[in-house]
Design a protein around this ligand. Structure first.
Ligand SMILES: Nc1ncnc2c1ncn2[C@@H]1O[C@H](COP(=O)(O)OP(=O)(O)OP(=O)(O)O)[C@@H](O)[C@H]1O
Ligand SMILES: N[C@@H](CCO)C(=O)O
Length: 315
């Protein structure tokens, strides 16, 4: 369940009077999600989503609001937050920071079609071509500066082989990427899995859940996408989906030579990033709720396959 803070109709009806968004017809708690309280709100004029922020770094919320406003202004399919009659987006409700969003159409794809992969690649390429100019700054909280110290916390739970693999990989990334990146920078989603998109048929209805959004290597975002969207059950890359995403992406933003050189290593590093974050959830810092955590082994398998090599990048 993802209603950590219960709200009643009267509270939400009153909250809605701050906005030009119509009056409450229906309020429905959303079962999925693990971090925030989410409600679907139907008014007499539109469909909305109300999010209460239960955890995390609330001082980061203005960055997320600015990023969503910026991408929305550039006509990307993201839920640009509603602003109240005074122009303020970030609110407080039931003692929690709160945002009201338009409800985007569609469902999360589980087995994305080639057309859906192309649509995602095209939109991500478009997003990166504009997000390069976004002025906000939030260092990537899951890059090598996080991986290197955090991996020590999970080593005790791994087999000797996996301990060696994880440590060797991090040494390899440090040697390869060094301290300063020469890869193109910009604002990134940071967690663009299938379950953070909504598709209405082949049409990408929306990209949601920007709470890992940050600034850093654009290639980091693209590698996360390929590892989730274009990987078969055995961890191998699925060539059709891989090529569809990367071809469509590059119609919007061509990869540079340094990105092409870094690509196989970035696929490995982002696979390890999720292997590690999922291990941390299982062993080190389990959440208070009883939802089944994501399987860390999935990304151990993906990393194993990426070590065998990447597919050629489409021209
Ligand atoms: N703007 C939106 N339009 C349509 N549906 C939405 C929107 N925002 C959230 N949802 C729905 O609510 C669910 C939970 O939202 P969200 O992913 O923001 O929650 P979370 O607690 O941060 O979850 P997660 O575990 O993915 O981090 C989503 O999976 C989606 O189904
Ligand atoms: N997308 C993440 C969970 C949310 O950060 C994962 O699959 O581990």
């Amino acid at each position: 369940m993802a209603v950590f803070t219960p709200l009643d109709d009267a509270q939400v009806a009153d909250f809605l009077t701050r906005f030009e968004a119509g009056s409450l017809k229906e309020l429905k708690g959303v079962a999925s999600g693990t971090e925030n309280t989410t409600y679907f709100v139907t008014t007499d004029s539109r469909e909305l989503v109300l999010t209460l922020f239960e955890q995390g770094e609330h001082e980061e919320l203005p960055f997320f609001v600015d990023l969503l406003d910026y991408l929305d202004e550039h006509r990307l399919p993201v839920p640009g937050p509603l602003h109240d009659r005074d122009g303020v987006a970030l609110q407080s409700l039931a003692g929690k920071p709160a945002l009201l969003f338009p409800r985007m159409p569609g469902k999360h794809p589980t087995a994305p079609s080639i057309a859906q992969c192309s649509a995602l690649g095209d939109t991500l390429g478009h997003m990166h071509s504009v997000s390069r100019h976004f002025e906000g700054q939030r260092p990537n909280p899951r890059d090598l500066h996080w991986l290197a110290p955090m991996h020590h916390r999970v080593l005790a739970y791994l087999s000797p082989e996996d301990q060696a693999l994880m440590s060797d990989e991090i040494d390899t990334y440090q040697a390869f990427f060094g301290d300063a990146s020469d890869l193109p920078q910009g604002a990134i989603h940071g967690d663009l899995f299938r379950d953070n998109t909504l598709f209405d048929g082949e049409q990408l209805g929306g990209i949601i859940d920007f709470y890992n959004g940050c600034t850093g290597d654009l290639l980091f975002d693209l590698a996360i996408v390929i590892n989730d969207w274009a990987t078969d059950d055995d961890g191998r890359l699925n060539k059709e989906r891989h090529d569809a995403i990367l071809t469509a992406y590059q119609t919007r933003r061509e990869l540079t030579c340094s990105e092409r050189d870094a690509w196989p290593m970035m696929l490995r590093m982002t696979a390890l990033r999720y292997w590690l974050s999922r291990l941390l959830v299982v062993y080190v810092d389990p959440p208070a709720h009883d939802l089944t955590p994501h399987d860390p082994q999935r990304f151990r398998t993906i990393l194993g396959q990426r070590l065998k090599g990447a597919l050629p990048l489409p021209a």
